[in-house]
Design a protein around this ligand. Structure first.
Ligand SMILES: Nc1nc2c([nH]c(=O)n2[C@@H]2O[C@H](COP(=O)(O)OP(=O)(O)OP(=O)(O)O)[C@@H](O)[C@H]2O)c(=O)[nH]1
Ligand SMILES: [Mg+2]
Length: 130
C-alpha cells in the first residue's frame, strides 16, 4: 500500500513578500520551489511541526501562524496531506540550513515559479490575496 504522509508547510508572507525555498535535486519533487516545511511527527500538532521544521530548515522562530488551507494529493509514490499555515511574523534571519536556496518573491514573481504538483490550489489561493 502507498504511504500517507502529513505535512505542515508555511506560506510565509511578511511585508508584502513571500519566502520560499528550493527543494534539493535529490528530494521528492526536487528542484522545484516549495513552501518550507516537512512531515508532522507522531504526537505533534500542525503548529508544532511547523515551528520545528522552520527552525530546522531556515533557522527562524515562527511567532505568528494561522490556518491557510489543507489539501490532499496522490503522487505516484505516496499520498500527501498538506496543511498550509500562513506565517505573518517570525524572529531571526532566514538561511538555507540544508544548503537549499532561500529567496523572497513578490506575488507576481511567485506565480511564475514551478512548484510540486500538489501545490496548484494553494498557488491559486495566493493569487487571490490582495
Ligand atoms: N515542504 C513542502 N513539501 C511539499 C510541498 N508540496 C508538496 O507536494 N510537498 C511534498 O510533501 C513532502 C514533504 O516532505 P519533506 O521532504 O519536506 O519532509 P521533511 O522536511 O520532513 O524531510 P525528509 O524528506 O528528509 O523526511 C514531500 O513529499 C514533498 O514533495 C510544499 O509546498 N512544501
Ligand atoms: Mg522539508
Amino acid at each position: 500500500m502507498k504511504k500517507t504522509i502529513n505535512v505542515a508547510a508555511a506560506v510565509i508572507y511578511v511585508n508584502g513578500m513571500f519566502l520560499l525555498s528550493k527543494r534539493l535535486d535529490h528530494q521528492h519533487q526536487g528542484g522545484k520551489w516549495e513552501f518550507p516545511g516537512g512531515k508532522i511527527e507522531d504526537g505533534e500538532s500542525t503548529e508544532q511541526a511547523l515551528v520545528r521544521e522552520l527552525k530546522e530548515e531556515l533557522n527562524i522562530d515562527v511567532t505568528e501562524q494561522s490556518h491557510f488551507m489543507s489539501l490532499s494529493f496522490e503522487y505516484p509514490e505516496k499520498h500527501v496531506n498538506l496543511h498550509f499555515q500562513l506565517v505573518t511574523d517570525f524572529s531571526g534571519k532566514e538561511q538555507g540550513v540544508e544548503g537549499q536556496k532561500v529567496e523572497w518573491f513578490t506575488k507576481n514573481n511567485l506565480i511564475k515559479l514551478t512548484f510540486p504538483d500538489a501545490n496548484v490550489p494553494v498557488v491559486n489561493k495566493i493569487k487571490q490575496l490582495t
